[in-house]
Design a protein around this ligand. Sequence first.
Ligand SMILES: Nc1ncnc2c1ncn2[C@@H]1O[C@H](COP(=O)(O)OP(=O)(O)OP(=O)(O)O)[C@@H](O)[C@H]1O
Ligand SMILES: [Mg+2]
Length: 487
Amino acid sequence: MWIEIYNWCVKQVRRFRAVPRPRGTVRLQITAVFCAFTILLLTVLNTYPVTSTRDAVIRDKEQSLTATAAVISSALAGLDSLNSENVNQVMEILDVSGVTRIFITNERCSVVYDTWGEMVGSNVAGAYPALENAMTGQMVFTSEYAHKQAFSSVAAVPVMVSGTIIGSVYLMEADTEQADMISGIQGRLMTMSVVLALIAIALSAAFASALTVRIKQLRKAVRVVQAGDYTHHIETRGSDELTDLGKEFNNMTDILRRTEESRRQFVSDASHELKTPVASIRLLTDSILQNENIDRETTMEFVGDIGESAARLQRLSEKLLDLSRLDSGAVRQEVPVDLSQAARKAVRMLAPLAAEKEVALTLDAPEPVHILAGEDDVSQILFNLAENAVKYNIPGGTVTLTVRKGARAMLTVVDTGIGIPEEDLPHIFSRFYRVDKARSREAGGSGLGLSIVRDAVDLYGGSIEVWPNHPRGTVFEVMFPVCEREI
Ligand SMILES: Nc1ncnc2c1ncn2[C@@H]1O[C@H](COP(=O)(O)OP(=O)(O)OP(=O)(O)O)[C@@H](O)[C@H]1O
Ligand SMILES: [Mg+2]
C-alpha cells in the first residue's frame, strides 16, 4: 500500500511540474505554500487544546458523577423496596450536593424521588435510554458539550439487593462554568490564530518578494551579460543557495570575459602575423610590376622572396587550422602509436636542419612505447619540440630525444641551446608568444608550435613540463598514459 501511495505522490508531483507556469508565480507559490502550512498549524492549535481539555473535563465528570451515583445506590441497597418515604429519608441523610437533578425509580420505573419534585409518581419507562440500561444492571455515563452553553452529563446506576434490581438512580448535571472556561480558551486561541495568520501571511509575502527580487536581479544580470557586457557582476551577500548561484554567475562572467579577451587577442595576433607576409608579397609584386627595366636576376630574387612569404602564410594557416581542430576537442582517431617510431621519423625529417645548424641530433629509444593517440598529432608534438630544440640552438650544440616506458610513457627533448629565460617559461605555451621575436621570425616561427603541442598533449590525457637544462639549454618532458591494449 505504501508503494502505491508513494507512486501516487510521485505522479502528482510530476503532473504539477508539467503544468506550465504563468510568469511571476514563484512569489504566489511560496506565499500559498506558507499560508497553507500556517492554516494547517493554526487548525491544529485551535482544535487540539480544546478537545483535550474537553475530554479531561468529561473524564473528571464521569468519575465524580458515577461515584456519587454509586454512593446513593449502595445507600439505597439497604432497603427492601424503594418508595418515596424511605428513599427521601436516605437522601436526607446523604445530603448530596453538586448535582443538578437526581431522580430515583423503583423496579417498575416509577419515580419515587426527584430533587425537582416534578416527576414523583410518574412512570418513566422508555423515556430515558440511560435509565433503561441501568435497569438491566449496567452503569451508564454520557456527557455532551454544547459550544458556549454547558456540559450536559448523565449517570445512571441500578440499585441492587442480593443480585435483584429494585430500582435505579439517575443523576443529571449541567455545568456552564467549565463550558465557559473552554469557550474562553477557544476564543483566545481564535484571536491569537487570526493575529498569527496575518503575521504569517505578511511575513511569507515579504519573504517571497525578497526572494523574487534576488531572482529578478539575477535574471537582469544574465540579460546584461547576454548583451555582451562580460564585466558585469552581481552583488553577493550572505551564504544561501542564491548567493552561491550569484558567485557561480560571477565566476562564469569572469571566464567569459577572459575567453573573449583571449579570442580578441588571438584574432589581433593572427591578423598581425598574416599581415606581414601578405604585405611583403604585395610590395614585391608591385616592385616587379612597376619597374619596367627590372633585370631577370632581381626578378628571380623577388619571386623567391614571394615564394618564401607564401610558404610562411601556408605554414601559418596550417597551424591555425591545427589549433582550431584541437580547440574543438575533436579526436581524429585514437590508435596505438609507437612513440619511439614517431621520434625516429621526426629525427629523420629534422636531420637536414640539424646539419645546417651544426647541431648533433640523437635519439635514445631502445624499445617500442605505445600510446593511444592520433598519429598526426603525435608527429606534430615530436616535430615541434625537436624543431625548437634544433632551431634555438647554437653551432656545436646537441639535441637528445629520449623515449622510455614506466608507469607512463615518457618523452624528453633535451637541448644545449640558447635556453629560455625563467620569466618567459610560464608564457611559452601561449599562442603567438615568442621569447626573441626577431630571432624566431627569422627562423620562420610564428609562436604557435608549443600551443599546438600543449593542446595535443591535453587531448590525449598527457602532461608537459619544461625546465632549464644545466649548464645551458632546455628540457621538455611529456608524459602520456601507456596503451595497455595488445598490439
Ligand atoms: N628549445 C627551445 N630553446 C629555446 N627557446 C625555445 C625552445 N622552444 C621554444 N622556445 C621559445 O619559445 C617560443 C615559442 O615556441 P613555439 O614553438 O611556440 O613558436 P615558434 O617556434 O616561434 O614558432 P612555430 O609556430 O613555427 O613553432 C619560441 O619563439 C622560442 O623563443
Ligand atoms: Mg616552434
